[in-house]
Design a protein around this ligand. Structure first.
Ligand SMILES: [Cu+2]
Length: 164
């Protein structure tokens, strides 16, 4: 079961990489375009939980790779970029310094993969809440998104990988 999850996460990444290159946005102007951050959500947690996780989809409109190098939010004392790595059949979380977003590509932050980890929450993450999260990119600078706290992952268009 665990192996199946790992396999589907890897496949998911491969699919995204391929589909990102299907679109040919031949932009000629040199103006900076805003980073597109979609479906920012955080899983609702019991009031006793000291930590939380935030997920989203990063879409890079530029013909140049960028890197997400930091995060911060008023909702938590500390926010870190995390990913999951597998050691044999075990998956565990690890902090990463940066996450590369390919030129005209996208990176999905989702359960079992990349996520933003929140430590020392100022308030519990209750379903229906919203809070701002600022993402810091090496080239694009800072982008603040509204995170929606919900019980379930948002429905993703065309996502056929279901996890239980
Ligand atoms: Cu984590």
């Amino acid at each position: 079961m665990l192996l199946r999850l790992v396999a589907s996460v890897l496949l998911g990444t491969a699919c995204l990489t391929v589909s990102a290159h299907d679109h040919d946005h031949s932009q000629q102007n040199g103006e900076a375009k805003a980073f597109d951050i979609q479906q920012a959500w955080s899983r609702a947690m019991p009031p006793s939980a000291p930590t939380g996780a935030v997920y989203f989809v990063l879409k890079n409109p530029e013909n140049e790779a960028d890197r997400l190098i930091g995060v911060r939010t008023e909702r938590a004392e500390k926010a870190e970029l995390h990913t999951h790595i597998h050691e044999g059949e075990i998956m565990r979380m690890q902090q990463v310094e940066a996450v590369e977003v390919p030129a005209s590509g996208q990176v999905e932050f989702k359960p079992g993969g990349h996520h933003v980890m929140l430590f020392k929450l100022s308030e519990p993450l209750a379903a229906g809440d919203h809070f701002p999260l600022t993402l810091i990119f090496e080239k694009a600078g800072e982008v603040t998104v509204d995170v929606s706290v919900q019980e379930q992952a948002p429905q993703q268009h065309g996502d056929s990988h279901m996890h239980h």
